[in-house]
Design a binder for this molecule. Structure first.
Ligand SMILES: Nc1ncnc2c1ncn2[C@@H]1O[C@H](COP(=O)(O)OP(=O)(O)O)[C@@H](O)[C@H]1O
Ligand SMILES: [Mg+2]
Length: 377
């Protein structure tokens, strides 16, 4: 479906032409049966809901329509942007509508925890969170190629699912080619402060918001994954944070986490560079994180015991072990025999006879080494 078609259909829906009819039941939005709230964002509540028409569970993002024309347009834009993007790390959008004075967006229900919650609970390994950042970097590379910038990348907008990681919340996304349709006014801040880039605060000095803006936010997310906190502490005075973002280089991961892996420290530094043109590109970041994850997995594999790792080696190891046991056993028997021999030689008459018989000891040519001794007087 082209963007134009999508736009006009969405527009009709919001005007009520295609809007699902409101139901009498309070736990319904149009045809959707609300089951439970699964998340709250800055503007929306997201519900798990049943779509009886397609017999599927959906995520229903709901905002009050009284929130004003601007939030309505943002909502529409989120639906349009998502409808134009298809990637495993982006949610699929199904429909938008209006019911009971509220707008809703129905999209794929993602079963999983958001990265912010997971980091807070300490429920996530470094590898798992780095894999999430890698997947989001791939999704951003895809969106950037299509001229879409997200503008609010942060842990709360990343969902960790069992088989993939998904970047949600395209409410603030903008199409780079559609400057004229900009919904925000000059001077208005768009984004989440600790993850924001200098150009979002001071475009006159740092240039327009673009693909590198998302990279800065993703670098700050990676920083959070490694150190357990955002690069600029949210509890500080927001004005101070704002000044530090535009005046200073982002803090170094090492200052907060001295043992952080070198490669990740360097990638954070490159993604969070103060000037947008110095930042790494999304695709390069994804590849570099993937390489780090593969090295890490290979290292873990090597450090595992050979018996766990490789059945061929395990077989060989057990064969070698058996041989060693046999050799050790033989050596033990020989040692005991030698000890007995020495003991009997020292102690008993027959032992003495056996070892003192010169004929019993042969040389290579069969001659007796004691021959001369015998022949000697
Ligand atoms: N498709 C989805 N599947 C499951 N949970 C979701 C989905 N979309 C959003 N959520 C949950 O709802 C929260 C708020 O959603 P979000 O789209 O970020 O709203 P806002 O635009 O208000 O920030 C998210 O952090 C997440 O936990
Ligand atoms: Mg959000």
């Amino acid at each position: 479906m082209t963007t134009t078609v999508m736009r006009s259909r969405m527009g009709r829906m919001l005007c009520g032409v295609d809007a699902p009819r409101a139901s009498a039941s309070s736990d319904r939005m149009g045809r959707y049966e609300l089951q439970e709230a699964v998340g709250h964002g800055g503007s929306a509540t997201v519900y798990r809901a049943l779509d009886p028409k397609h017999s599927r569970t959906v995520a229903l993002k709901v905002i009050p329509f009284g929130g004003g024309e601007k939030s309505g347009r943002r909502f529409l834009r989120e639906a349009r942007v998502l409808a134009s993007l298809k990637h495993p790390s982006l949610p699929r959008v199904y429909a938008v509508g209006r019911s009971k004075g509220r707008l809703y967006l129905s999209c794929e229900m993602l079963e999983g925890e958001n990265l912010e919650t997971a980091l807070k609970s300490g429920n996530v390994s470094l590898e798992r969170s780095v894999a999430a950042v890698r997947d989001v970097a791939r999704a951003l590379a895809y969106a950037h190629r299509r001229g879409v910038v997200h503008r609010d990348v942060k842990p709360a907008n990343i969902i960790l699912c069992a088989d993939r990681n998904v970047l949600i919340d395209f409410g603030l996304a903008k199409r780079l080619s559609q400057e004229s349709q900009q919904i925000t006014r000059p001077g208005q801040l768009i984004g989440t402060l600790p993850y924001m880039a200098p150009e979002q605060l001071l475009p006159k000095k740092f240039g327009e918001v673009g693909a590198p803006t998302d990279i800065r936010a993703l670098g700050a997310t990676l920083f959070h994954c490694i150190t357990g906190r955002a690069p600029f502490k949210a509890r500080r005075d927001p004005c101070e944070v704002l000044l530090r973002i535009v005046q200073e280089d982002a803090p170094c991961v090492r200052d907060v986490a001295p043992d952080a892996p070198d490669a990740l420290v360097e990638l954070c530094r490159s993604a969070m560079a103060r000037y947008p043109r110095r930042r790494i590109k999304a695709a390069e970041l994804a590849d570099a994180l993937d390489a780090w994850l593969q090295d890490r997995a290979a290292l873990a594999e090597r450090s595992r015991a050979p018996t766990e790792r490789n059945p061929v080696r395990r077989h060989r190891a057990s064969r070698i072990g058996r041989r060693l046991r046999v050799v050790r056993g033989a050596l033990a028997v020989a040692t005991i025999a030698a000890a007995c021999a020495i003991a009997t030689y020292q102690a008993g008459p027959w032992g003495k006879t056996a070892t003192s018989d010169p004929a019993a000891i042969a040389t290579d040519d069969g001659s007796s080494p004691f021959r001369n001794a015998h022949s000697s007087p």
